[in-house]
Design a protein around this ligand. Structure first.
Ligand code: HEM
Length: 459
């Protein structure tokens, strides 16, 4: 293979797109269409935003494009109104009520004897690699504000007899509408801010500006804090202990959500720099851009390899892998199928010593948006804990820490199961039985929950 380097900045068509992205960086996203993009067919590397992967359809898989559907939408009005708002007999139960009956943890967590917690952690890291659904600007789905002022608020009703929450309402904001900003016509669609390919965009960012911010500009290296830790971010998206405290910066904004997720980001930044240093020694005439792009290519290939050789067979099984010829993930997975990993989330963050003995188990609810464990040099201990402890079974149960105590702060928290259900309605995802029909399965008339609940609520 020849390593001809085309400087993206010298390519006028790329410049136009980079300029457009620069304008939007740090602000609300715009959407890209095939018409916006002019590709250089000779450019040897993936673009930062995933455009031009397919020269005939340059926007396919690019960041800031509308998400696709396998089945048509199931909005109440077929345009964008969630089914739950229906006053007809089709009105749906509160997601929290469903969550209480279906997803409430069983007395004892079932563990999978074959899978370590790293399978869960890779799942989350990978899901952030291929999907970041834009929310309505200026809001955050994690804010549990109870005042409903905007049509984009989509709060979750909490039943009066709820055992955990004493308020009647859990805040949720609708995903941004791609239709509202002219990305698509007709019905409401959602936007993916990440590239859809496994191209390590969660390590390198999903647009030109983010990628530039993450690079040192010399030796092809990515930025660190100078001592093998992720660089500091200027955003306020984590818990700060004092005014000088800083959150972590990575290619995906969710890096601070949990220390074990941040640890995966750190691992890949260090891996990038390890390879870049070796390449720079071997190819002394390569400039920063060439070392960076060649290393990025190798790191993305590593992520693909881990996903297809390690992760997917654990999740899908060898037969399904064979049957579908290792097919890449399909549309709709982000809001529907891929959230299966929420049931594999454990109830702690743990540390293991060099003999892989667990030395500490820390309550999960103290660790959300709290990067201090990682920053206090526990990265190795966290990694050892992830690879040597069993993952909870992938089932319908979510641990209390994510079902009652998600993002706990000032006595306010959220339920991830309720949010998943409500998000499905927000996106107009068709009901369960439509998916069973699509998979050639029989239609279910009730959930056999062993709790005696939810019969006739299969809509
Ligand atoms: C480790 C603890 C985890 C926490 C605290 C967590 C939390 C969250 C939250 C708060 C959301 C946004 C919900 C919304 O507003 O709709 C979300 C989305 C999502 N999660 Fe998780 N999650 C975790 C693990 C996982 C795992 C293990 C997987 C997969 C194996 C996963 C896959 C997803 C996917 C695909 C989305 C949708 C992303 C998007 O559309 O932007 N998560 N998660």
């Amino acid at each position: 293979q020849s390593y001809v380097v085309h400087d993206q900045q010298d390519d006028p068509s790329r410049k136009t797109m980079a300029d457009k992205r620069m304008k939007t960086a740090g602000r609300d996203v715009e959407c890209l269409t095939n018409l916006d993009i002019k590709c250089n067919p000779y450019h040897p590397y993936r673009t930062a935003d995933g455009s031009c992967n397919n020269l005939q359809h340059p926007a396919w898989g690019a960041s800031s494009t509308a998400q696709l559907r396998l089945l048509g939408n199931a909005y109440d009005d077929k345009i964008g109104s969630p089914r739950t708002l229906s006053v007809s007999e089709n009105a749906l139960p509160s997601p929290r009520q469903v969550s209480n009956i279906v997803h409430s943890p069983s007395n004892r967590t079932r563990y999978n004897d074959k899978l370590s917690l790293m399978v869960m952690q890779w799942g989350q890291f990978l899901s952030h690699e291929i999907i970041l659904t834009s929310l309505v600007p200026g809001t955050s789905s994690i804010s549990a504000g109870h005042s409903i002022t905007s049509i984009d608020c989509f709060p979750i009703e909490i039943p009066e007899d709820d055992k955990h929450f004493d308020t009647r309402c859990m805040g949720m904001i609708r995903s941004k509408s791609a239709s509202d900003i002219g990305c698509v016509e007709d019905a409401r669609e959602q936007i993916n801010q990440a590239t859809s390919f496994i191209d390590a965009s969660n390590v390198y960012g999903s647009n030109d500006q983010d990628q530039i911010n993450l690079r040192t500009g010399f030796g092809g290296l990515l930025r660190t804090d100078g001592s093998d830790m992720l660089p500091a971010s200027n955003k306020n998206n984590c818990i700060k202990e004092d005014k000088d405290d800083e959150c972590l910066l990575a290619g995906d904004t969710r890096v601070n959500v949990l220390p074990s997720l941040g640890e995966m980001h750190l691992l890949f930044v260090l891996e990038h720099n390890r390879i870049a240093r070796k390449l720079a020694l071997m190819k002394r005439f390569w400039d920063d851009e060439t070392v960076f792009q060649e290393t990025r290519k190798i790191v993305a290939a590593e992520m693909q390899h881990i996903t297809y050789v390690g992760f997917l067979p654990c999740i899908l099984g060898a037969d399904t892998m064979q049957k579908f010829g290792l097919k890449p993930t399909t549309p709709d997975v982000g809001v529907a199928a891929f959230r299966f990993g929420h049931s594999q989330v454990p109830h702690t963050q743990g540390l293991s010593d060099i003999c892989y003995k667990v030395t500490e188990e820390i309550k999960m609810e103290t660790q959300f948006h709290n990067p201090h464990l990682l920053r206090n040099n526990y990265a190795d201990e966290l990694s050892r804990w992830l690879v040597s402890n069993k993952a909870p079974e992938s089932d319908r149960f979510l641990e209390k820490e994510v079902r009652d105590l998600l993002f706990l702060r000032d006595n306010t928290s959220l339920d991830l199961a309720s949010i998943n259900i409500q998000r499905g309605r927000d996106h107009g995802i068709p009901p369960y039985n439509d998916w069973r029909r699509w998979c050639n399965l029989t239609v279910a008339s009730h959930f056999n929950t062993n709790h005696g609940g939810l019969v006739n609520h299969t809509q």
